[in-house]
Design a protein around this ligand. Structure first.
Ligand code: A3P
Length: 328
């Protein structure tokens, strides 16, 4: 393949991560990054851990047609993607709660690369995006370099949401066990995550790539922790980004709709349909609330202290020279 370079991942941890949900894991990167926006720091954009099935679609994704009115929600897994998707969809659709209730978020905001990661996914999520009514809302975990190149010429709105990797580690660990059918020891998963061997890794560089272009007019950079701290303020900020003006009452109503307790009970936005879909794809029972805890700082209760130290060290090394800080 001309545009990409990739290698099959090999380590003693890799076989443990093979749950049958995805093909062999590879690390893929865009070979020629000269067309990419890099911001002030001229660093090489992130590569990505994907399933080898992704190779069949990488070029199609690279050349995917983008429209100006598209809305792309980009995150590393477990950073508040679903939360951001529901917020952004409602704001961009003038608070159309009726459609939001009647059409599941999975259909309103399509997971772009999903069918090219999950082995047994029968269908083509890229085609689903092509068929979406405009403005299309698209979710992706791909790093900047692997997203369609027209994002940087057509310049649709891109909303990025970052989350502290220590809380992501906890959230991803539960997600992997329940939704990816991981049966190994938590230690194995955590070690694989720390060494960037889990799907969509690495997280820090993924985040830095978007942090570096956050000042672009069509890019909005959010933090999960800020949404937790003051959701109404973020709802306001996102509304301004979408050039919408809502009354205080409307903003309060939206913040209430997006609160953890309300969203958890909302079958149209709590991803229970995704859990059901993955259960049927894997032909197994899944007893898991996607809306798990929705808190910041869970890592303090759930991660071993020596792991926290090592993860923090790894984060610090990767952030060296950057003005970016993950929120606590
Ligand atoms: P936890 O596992 O820590 O509870 P994603 O959508 O990127 O997979 O992220 C899922 C994480 O976001 C989960 O974190 C989930 O509980 C949390 N989340 C989803 N909706 C939320 C909301 N309305 N308020 C707070 N957290 C939310």
């Amino acid at each position: 393949m001309a545009v990409f370079s990739y290698k099959t991942m090999q380590s003693e941890l890799i076989p443990h991560l093979d749950t049958g949900m995805h093909d062999q894991q590879i690390e893929i990167e865009l070979a020629d990054t000269s067309e990419l926006p890099v911001g002030e720091r001229n660093i090489r954009p992130a590569h990505c851990v994907v399933s080898s099935k992704f190779l069949q679609a990488a070029e199609r994704i690279h050349n995917f047609t983008v429209y100006e009115d598209d809305v792309w929600i980009v995150t590393f897994p477990k950073c508040g993607t679903t939360w951001t998707q529901e917020m952004v969809w409602l704001i961009d659709h003038n608070l159309d709660y009726e459609t939001a209730r009647n059409v599941n978020l999975l259909q309103r905001s399509i997971f772009f690369e999903l069918s090219w990661i999950i082995k047994k996914y029968d269908g083509d999520t890229l085609e689903q995006v092509e068929k979406l009514p405009r403005p299309r809302h698209i979710k992706s975990h791909l790093p900047l370099a692997l997203l369609p190149r027209q994002l940087w010429t057509v310049k649709p709105r891109i909303v990025y949401c970052a989350r502290n990797p220590k809380d992501v580690a906890v959230s991803y660990m539960h997600h992997y066990r329940h939704l990816h059918a991981f049966q190994g020891d938590n230690k194995v998963f955590l070690e694989a995550l720390l060494t960037n061997q889990v799907l969509w890794c690495p997280q820090v560089q993924h985040t830095l790539d978007f942090w570096n272009i956050r000042h672009r007019d069509h890019v909005l950079f959010l933090h999960f922790e800020d949404m937790k701290k003051d959701l109404k303020q973020i709802v306001k900020q996102v509304s301004e980004f979408f050039k919408k003006s809502f009354t205080e009452e409307q903003l309060n109503q939206l913040a209430h709709h997006l609160s953890f307790d309300t969203m958890k009970e909302n079958p149209s936005a709590n991803n229970s349909l995704l859990v059901k879909t993955l259960a049927s794809v894997g032909n197994r029972r899944i007893d898991f609330d996607f809306m798990r805890k929705g808190k910041t700082g869970c890592y303090k209760d759930e991660l071993p202290s020596d792991y926290i130290t090592r993860l923090q060290e790894a984060i610090d090394v990767q952030l060296k020279g950057s003005d970016f800080k993950f929120r606590e």
